[in-house]
Design a protein around this ligand. Sequence first.
Ligand SMILES: [Zn+2]
Length: 219
Amino acid sequence: MKRIRADENRGGRGSKVGKASAETAARIDANSRGQVEDAVRVIIRHMGEDPDREGLKRTPARVASAYEFLTSGYAMDPKEAINDALFAEQDYQEMILCKDLDFYSLCEHHLLPFMGKAHVAYLPNRKIVGLSKLARLVEIYARRLQVQERLTTQIAHTLMSQVNPLGVAVVIEAEHLCMRMRGVEKQNCYVTTSAMLGAFRTHTETRQEFMQLLRNGKP
Ligand SMILES: [Zn+2]
């Protein structure tokens, strides 16, 4: 599955605002951006480091940019992303599964990364959605402060409400650096979450077919 580059998702937001309000927005952005960099300087000092030493001088600016990128999903509307690519399809009524969608997110408790793979399936009901949009949906919700459980259900519910299929299944397998790096280091611990809606919840056979497809397709 093609990964959507984040810069594809940038821009476009300011295009409808007038020149004056765009300038105001830019000024506010510049202000809060400065505050973010100041805050990073405080954190570096708190670590016992000198934020003005050569190697750290540009770190606050880099950290601010990194967080802007890693949370760029807030500026994107997941419903809009899907609605752009809905197609009528009467004949295909079998399960559609998009496996192994890589994602990177930030845990909202520690601001440390968690990452892994998302598997998204749905049972179409006269409408299908462009496959790349499933990857985009995962990315839009992943590039926010998250917990894995909410990331899973947000993807499932958005797909359910926008595409109106007979059912949706989302499974996410992830490793959390806040578990791996802190305290008792729990290496090789993967967390699996799932959300089953519609037929995937009510029909054991549909759920089993999904699980079977997940297992079999492994290289
Ligand atoms: Zn955490």
